[in-house]
Write a protein that binds this ligand. Sequence first.
Ligand code: FE2
Ligand code: FE2
Length: 140
Amino acid sequence: MSSTPLLTKLKRQLEHEKEESRVYALKVLRTHQTIPKLLYEKILQDSMYHAEVVEACIEQLQSHQSGGVWVIKESARELLKLMNLEEEATRLFASAASEVDDPHVRDLMLMLAYDEQRHYSILRYILENFVQKSEEELVH
Ligand SMILES: [Fe+2]
Ligand SMILES: [Fe+2]
């Protein structure tokens, strides 16, 4: 049973993510075969991103302002257009994965398809939570 306070846990994890970033950065440098190098690079980027996210979450929790309403200067139409592109990319990579014989290329294509699907979901989240709904845009 974990009774460690949440902020303490998150701060500890932040240090882990930073340490992982250092470890994976070295692996990227030391690995010369393209595909394994790319895979380490993916984890490196994710770890750096996780550190940023955890840091932002710690700040958000310390501000004691639960939730928070942010409206970004963004048009719903533009986001919908981008969501379409992400959806197209998902389909393209998924179909490429099904056509290719090379197992590593297939798995990389599947990883990209998964990423693109996540990009789509993130854009939808932004659209639903941070973009002012303008009547004009919804009608056209
Ligand atoms: Fe992580
Ligand atoms: Fe994308």
